[in-house]
Design a protein around this ligand. Sequence first.
Ligand code: FAD
Length: 469
Amino acid sequence: MEDGTLIEALAAIVGPEQVLTADGDTAPYLGDWRGRYRGAALCVVRPGSTAEVAAVVRACGAAGAPIVPQGGNTSHCGASIPDLTGRAVLVSLSRMNAIRAVDAANNTITVEAGCVLQNVQEAAEAAGRLFPLSLAAEGSCQIGGNLATNAGGVQVLRYGNARELTLGLEVVLPDGEVWDGLRGLRKDNTGYDLKQLFIGSEGTLGIITAAVLKLFPLPRATATAWLAIDSAHTAVRLLSELQAAFGTALTACELVSDVSLGLVLKNIRGARAPLADSPWHLLVELSGPGEDAALRESLERFLESALEAGEIADAVVAQSSEQAGQLWTLRESVSEAQKIEGVSIKHDISVPVSRIGEFLDRAGAALQAAYPGIRIVAFGHVGDGNLHYNQSKPEAGENAAFIAAQPQVNRIVHDIVHDLGGSISAEHGIGQLKREEILRYKSRVEMDMMRAVKQALDPRGMMNPGKVL
Ligand code: FAD
């Protein structure tokens, strides 16, 4: 089929105004959040229903055109950007943004893939429930993208990843068939759990069009504190003590290095240091039933003991939701602050929680030895063993030289992660960025199983080619 014929066929399915071909219209879809990847596409298509997605997939299949699904385009690894051939059709799910149903008694919400995460959170809250997936990109990332990347975020410690929050899926398969797996069941042992194949598959196995997600009681009380600590080893010890003291009320435990906080204070307008300088900081949040004041007092008592025992150097407990918001802004702004600072090399790693301190010690020493003055921007979800372990160039260094060193920097970091039994992608996925890198760390058996799944569902390799595998 000619390119023009496919564009006409797509226009007949979704309406001509939902097929974008002009450079000015397609440009925002063809570059990534970090400014690291640019691609080209035959066109951008914006279907408005599952039936339209299925018809688009069938038309692309008939024309032999690859498909790149895209949600909010906040990927950190170039996963939602097509290659430069211009052959792909980019399918944006943005118009499929309906909340289909809220079942408060079943604690579930059924949403379309293009719902912005924050809108899902708000719809849940309007029904007196919590949808706990929460990340800094929540104002623009979409639930389809969150599921396709098995997104994590700041409350995984208590509620789990996107995978644990999903009960059912509706998916358009690479041949255009629709799989209606929109079941809101907490127990279902009728064979393979197929939805898990699509969660975390980064658009390489099909297009997620809707999902049934778990809801939770809306916590009535919250207590938030910012702690000054001497090391990540201390953070891990405190995590254990917090879990022993507060159980599942411990909702978040986020580590922030002094370099990370320094970038926020420098580059984010209005950011203020909550405490005096400290090598490391820990943002702790408790939530649950009861009253704010009572929960705050329990946290204050815990922190007083920790201060007396010399485990923490200082701490501040937010006295209002505004103050808590300010503390969270410091943590949530690290990515943005590092982006403003300039180019960065990013790692999104996990190791067993018990080995976080060892990882930071070993990787920090190895990087400083190889690249004196390199700035290590380490922050993240210590409770999940997951750190964003990024590097910015030395203050006086050159961008080009720094970026040229990326493969060697990756090697240093990822080899240590692997040696500690960790993962080179805890949250962001593989995309284009780590496609070759996973070959070094996953076994042949594991890669063969992944290829077999891809071959079974997408034998022609039409779905998001060049990503993951
Ligand atoms: P996109 O970027 O559009 O797509 C991501 C991948 O999913 C691509 O492979 C794409 O093809 C595929 N995809 C998208 N929609 C669909 C669909 N409907 N069906 C099938 N495949 C689809 N991630 C975390 O996990 N935790 C964090 O804490 C976190 N913090 C972040 C902070 C910032 C400031 C930013 C910019 C990003 C952060 N991310 C984080 C990364 C990113 O936000 C997540 O990966 C997010 O889940 C991607 O959602 P999206 O809608 O933007 O997807």
